[in-house]
Design a protein around this ligand. Structure first.
Ligand code: AMP
Length: 592
């Protein structure tokens, strides 16, 4: 029997799972099941055999892990495993084992990864002590079967994960042998990104009338395809914020919606990007319509540049201003991808969709391309040299406009010496460079590695400079600063136009730069761009506001709440020798 995944996104609450599992999902920030999960979880729970065509990144692990954990017995459990998950590689064994242990933590699930290259003695001892679930590569599972250290007699469920990959690696015979030693009435679940005939053969031999779950291709109507340029960049997950900073600096979007998979990812990425000097706003599922409208108007007014959201939180957003959509990681299905990128390129306008992906998700990217019929080009990250050139070009354009408008003053008193000592062209060039530095600053301590060349086997444009750490002479100063949250410290303050305010909360209540900007913008009516540096410490924070508006900000914030509570707000006394005096960043040249 074939079924497409549920058309409407389901809800975890509708799946009949134990509270301990719901709790684990909430902790991980999963908001709703992926399409494969919505369909596979009830099927696997019902005990029938299931065949799912699903690649890495679709959420297939939880699709089999949750039902297996759901059926773990209460109290003392048998010594022998009730589930065996066969996977092609040691890395996947470790990953699946970790995911199952995480989902099953409150249930006290005993999960063991069994793979070649690790001491067999230790695995043997753990098996001897008793485990509930074994995640194994077929070769090492066979070793244990031969030694008698693994018993399959108590198995209720066998999972063949990434079956095509296991076949590719020559494990077909081992799998046949392992299956022949399992109880006849076991349940078998098979996941595979592709279904070559050999896998079909095995399904016919070993699975009983399985439910087949396929991700249906979404038909695009001729002529209706939005004008969206689709690009992808391959970077490690830990480099996402740095990579995104580089990409956005070159793209100069009007407004960007960044999609993350979980709420935790949303918070982390928002914080990282704010630390780099962006005005990023996290959009949470729980926000009411009024709050959403406020966020959108900030995006429209340009006081917020980036909106970071999960699919759930972004539902129903009025997004006419968007020029760019970013997938901070690949979505779990081609349908979600299509839905996300449909947020730009509306009404004949052009839009850009950017996807960041991990090298492991290359197949998933190709799968999305195949199913959606879109063409997604893998690009090399902009290099620091390219960004510098682009920024300089932009500043030069602005200077030209100013000159054309005849809007330039003569050399003011006191600056004549500069022009006496140096050639006027050199002075102008130095000024251009200083002005252009501002944008490069947001790259932070950027040593992001672009994996595109590696992935594509050198098919990248060779004319491009190898990306890497900016050189010393041009590396932004922020790279040497202790934290990212002290962005633009001393800039406007140095000109005498800004004052620092002390706010009596900090990391202790999970305060983020966006919270302060949001409170000041909403309560005191300032533009986000008027807010200067923000320095969040453990128990307090310092924020710069224009001196002429300080009293108004203090009054407004005292009358309202930040992060749900009233807090002390006052001018910072800046006492020498106070505990935080040493932690202050030194002033540095004005940016922009
Ligand atoms: P998988 O395809 O099983 O390798 O999962 C890919 C990634 O998606 C993993 O990092 C999971 O933690 C994550 N994931 C799985 N299910 C969900 C979900 N329902 N919501 C958000 N993230 C998920």
């Amino acid at each position: 029997m074939h079924v497409p995944p549920a058309a409407e996104p389901g809800r975890f609450e509708d799946l009949d799972l134990r509270p301990e599992l719901h709790h684990a999902l909430a902790l991980l920030g999963y908001e709703e099941p992926t399409p494969i999960q919505s369909t596979a979880i009830p099927a696997v729970l019902s005990g029938i055999d299931v065949v799912g065509r699903a690649a890495t990144g679709t959420g297939k692990t939880a699709a089999f892990a949750l039902p297996i954990l759901q059926l773990l017995g209460e109290g003392r459990r048998p010594k022998d495993p009730v589930a065996l998950v066969l996977v092609p590689t040691r890395e996947l064994a470790l990953q699946v084992c970790e995911a199952m242990a995480q989902y099953g933590r409150q249930l006290g699930a005993r999960v063991l990864a069994v793979y070649g290259g690790a001491p067999i003695g230790r695995q043997w001892k753990t098996l001897e002590d008793g485990v509930d679930i074994v995640v194994a590569t077929p070769g090492r599972a066979m070793d244990h079967l031969r030694r008698g250290s693994l018993s399959l007699a108590g198995l209720r469920t066998v999972v063949l994960d990434e079956a095509d990959e296991m076949f590719e690696r020559g494990f077909a015979e081992d799998i046949e042998e392992i299956l022949s030693q399992t109880p006849e009435h076991r349940q078998t679940v098979l996941f595979s990104a592709t279904m070559p005939p050999r896998i079909d053969g095995m399904i016919r031999r070993h699975l009983r009338d399985p439910l087949r779950i396929e991700i249906a291709a979404e038909a695009t109507v001729e002529g209706e395809a939005p004008k969206v340029t689709q690009k992808a960049y391959v970077v490690r997950r830990s480099d996402r914020a740095a990579a995104l900073a580089r990409i956005l600096e070159l793209e100069s979007p009007v407004a960007t919606l960044v999609f993350c998979r979980t709420r935790t990812d949303v918070d982390d990425l928002t914080e990282e990007l704010n630390g780099r000097g962006y005005r990023a706003e996290a959009l949470h599922g729980g926000l009411g319509q009024e709050a959403r409208d406020r966020v959108m108007s900030r995006l429209r007014a340009g006081t917020a540049e980036l909106l970071i959201a999960t699919d759930v939180a972004a539902r129903g957003l009025d997004v006419d201003v968007l020029s760019h959509v970013v997938n901070a990681e690949l979505p779990t299905s081609p349908e979600i991808y299509t839905h996300r990128i449909g947020r730009v390129g509306r009404a004949g306008r052009e839009g850009v969709a950017i996807s960041l992906f991990d090298p492991r998700q290359h197949n998933q990217l190709r799968f999305i391309e195949r199913v959606t019929g879109c063409s997604i080009t893998i690009e090399a990250l902009p290099t620091v040299a390219q960004l510098r050139a682009a920024h300089l070009g932009r500043v030069a354009d602005e200077v030209r406009q100013l000159l054309d408008a005849g809007d330039v003053d003569g050399v003011p008193a006191g600056l004549e010496a500069l022009f006496d000592e140096h050639d006027a062209a050199k002075v102008a060039m130095a000024a251009l460079q200083l002005a252009a530095r501002h944008a490069t600053e947001r790259l932070g301590d950027d040593n992001v590695e672009d994996l595109a060349a590696r992935l594509l086997g050198g098919r990248q444009d060779r004319g491009r400079e190898k990306p890497g750490r900016p050189d010393r002479a041009t590396r932004p100063e922020r790279a040497t600063r202790p934290t990212g949250s002290d962005r633009s410290s001393g800039t406007r303050a140095e000109q005498g136009g800004m004052v620092k305010l002390y706010v009596g909360i900090g990391h202790n209540v999970g305060l983020r730069p966006g919270d302060l900007v949001g409170a000041i913008a909403n309560e005191a009516g300032l533009r986000g761009a008027d807010v200067g540096s923000i320095d969040i410490k453990d128990r307090f924070s310092l924020v710069e506001v224009p001196a002429g508006r300080a009293d108004q900000v203090i009054k407004a914030l005292r009358a309202s709440t930040i992060k749900g509570s009233k807090t002390v707000i006052r001018r910072d006394r800046d006492v020498e020798g106070s505990p935080r005096a040493g932690a202050r960043p030194k002033p540095r040249p004005k940016k922009g």
